[in-house]
Write a protein that binds this ligand. Structure first.
Ligand code: ATP
Ligand code: MG
Length: 480
């Protein structure tokens, strides 16, 4: 299941709340685990007891044994009715617990914002709402389970009363010896517990089936790892990327973000995408590694449509420094090595030096073995970015995609990052979504993007000289 979720395309993954997956991993799998590890062994034990006791009863007096067994069809009808109700209400309860998990994941992940806005009470009430809804739904399941047991027990008890009356009259008539009657009651006593427990187990199994169906919903989601038959192998890549009349919308109903987008990003070029917020710059960058597929037109790498390239080869040629740097809980060295797992220590250190990570690591007591905390919270924004750049350098990609953070860095960090960029950009195809003038100046070609279209193309100086929209944005943003 983990592997499956890991291999989903981003387009499919984005449609899900992470909490929805979390609850399926914990609660729904939990129902299945309980059924297999607790209910199943007990059920085996109880079944053995039941079969042995019934066999004994049949050997003592088969007519009386049949009276007891006659109540099994009634019991199974009742259990069947209950199970349908249990299935429906378990499904509702599982959906509500998924809401609780989503809420939990979101609030735990955004503690800084919650605290900054003093929204502790607000979040408590919001959580209480989700929690109450879950409580109500789970109460239904519990009520059903707790009603089922006495109903079954009553049916079984009625059958036993009938048998006891029959046995007593048989003894009176002298057709059955008291010793045999006592043995029969002993055997019958052994069947009562199993009959009551069966209904409970069946309830557990119906709930486990609901869990299983929710787990299989995930396993049935499409994954992207399967390359189409005949996918093109590209062991060595030059790095010429071309967008040809690309049309793309995040959802089929939504307005297209890109409509007829055409651009070239060739080997050796440093292409800066510049434009107002929401223009579609990150979207363009996301299409190159095929995170999403365009609905029209095509994107080619060295002349081959990327839709037909083996995903390993396509993404193997690319390194990405995302807009919000994402690190993993682990050491600084671990995070850099994520770019190429088989890299030697010397290579990791070299990448760290090039990205100016070495500059702040030397001041840390544990050096490269410093743990960065979940998502890298123990590093500053600028430090995180440099680690992310080192990770990309280690990969030595043909195509480097850099989605520059919109947040401003202090001039020292900025300078160190620029230095790092100067070292790594040459000789590749670089796509920078640039917000900083210093990075824009570094570009060999600027694509000025507005509403998903290239409005102007050229070098910084040429675009300024032409006095168009880029010059306007530049003047407004950097007041020069
Ligand atoms: N995952 C998504 N699902 C749906 N719509 C999205 C998604 N990501 C972006 N969009 C929409 O696509 C449009 C372009 O977004 P994009 O992130 O490409 O902008 P951008 O140019 O990178 O902006 P910025 O400079 O602020 O980073 C926006 O209108 C945004 O609302
Ligand atoms: Mg962006």
């Amino acid at each position: 299941m983990f592997d499956h979720v890991n291999r989903m395309s981003l387009a499919d993954y984005d449609r899900w709340r992470p909490g929805e997956f979390m609850s399926r991993f914990s609660i729904d799998l939990g129902l299945m685990i309980d059924a297999v590890s607790i209910s199943l062994p007990q059920m085996v034990q109880v079944t053995v007891t039941f079969v042995a006791a019934v066999t004994w009863m049949v050997s003592l007096d088969w007519v009386l044994a049949i009276v007891l067994l006659a109540c099994t069809p009634i019991v199974s009808i009742v259990i069947g009715r209950f199970n349908r109700l249990v299935t429906v209400s378990t499904r509702m309860a599982q959906e509500r617990i998924a809401d609780v998990s989503s809420n939990l994941a979101e609030v735990l992940g955004n503690q800084r914002v919650v605290k900054a806005f003093r929204r502790e009470n607000f979040e408590r009430d919001r959580f209480a709402g989700a929690n109450d809804a879950y409580f109500g739904a789970q109460m239904k399941v519990t009520q059903l389970n707790q009603t089922q047991s006495p109903v079954i027990a009553t049916i079984v008890s009625l059958a036993i009363i009938v048998i006891v009356v029959m046995v007593v009259s048989e003894i009176g008539a002298g057709r059955i010896a008291p010793a045999q009657a006592i043995a029969f009651f002993g055997a019958m006593a052994l069947t009562i517990n199993p009959m009551n427990r069966f209904s409970i187990f069946l309830g557990d199994f119906s709930r486990a089936l609901v869990g299983a169906s929710r787990v299989f919903e995930v396993l049935d989601l499409p994954i992207e790892a399967d390359d189409p038959p005949g996918a093109v192998r590209m062991p060595s890549v030059v790095g010429d990327v071309r967008f040809e009349n690309v049309r793309f919308a995040y959802s089929p109903e939504g307005a297209p973000v890109l409509d007829g987008f055409t651009a070239e990003m060739l080997h050796g070029e440093i292409v800066a995408l510049v434009g107002p917020s929401g223009a579609g710059k990150s979207t363009i960058a996301n299409l190159v590694p095929r995170f999403y597929s365009p609905q029209g037109g095509r994107i080619t790498l060295d002349g081959v449509d990327i839709a037909t390239i083996r995903l390993d080869d396509l993404r193997g040629a690319i390194a990405l420094v995302p807009q919000e740097t994402q690190l993993f809980n682990g050491t600084i060295a671990d995070n850099i090595r994520y770019g190429r797992l088989e890299a030697t220590d010397a290579e990791v250190l070299a990448a760290a030096r090039e990205a100016n990570v070495a500059e702040f690591v030397s001041a840390l007591p544990d050096g490269y073995n410093t743990r960065v905390g979940e998502r890298g919270v123990r590093l500053s924004g600028g430090q995180r970015q440099r680690v992310a750049i080192a990770r990309a350098i280690l990969r030595d990609p043909r195509i480097l995609i850099l989605d520059e953070a919109t947040s401003a860095l202090d001039s020292h960090s900025e300078h160190l990052i620029e230095e790092a960029l100067d070292r790594i950009l040459p000789g590749r195809t670089t796509l920078i979504i640039a917000h900083r003038l210093s990075t824009i100046r570094r570009a060999t070609k600027i694509l000025y993007i507005e509403s998903g279209e290239v409005r102007e193309t050229g070098t910084h100086d040429a675009l300024i000289a032409s006095g168009g929209s880029y010059a306007g944005l530049h003047a407004a943003q950097f007041s020069v």
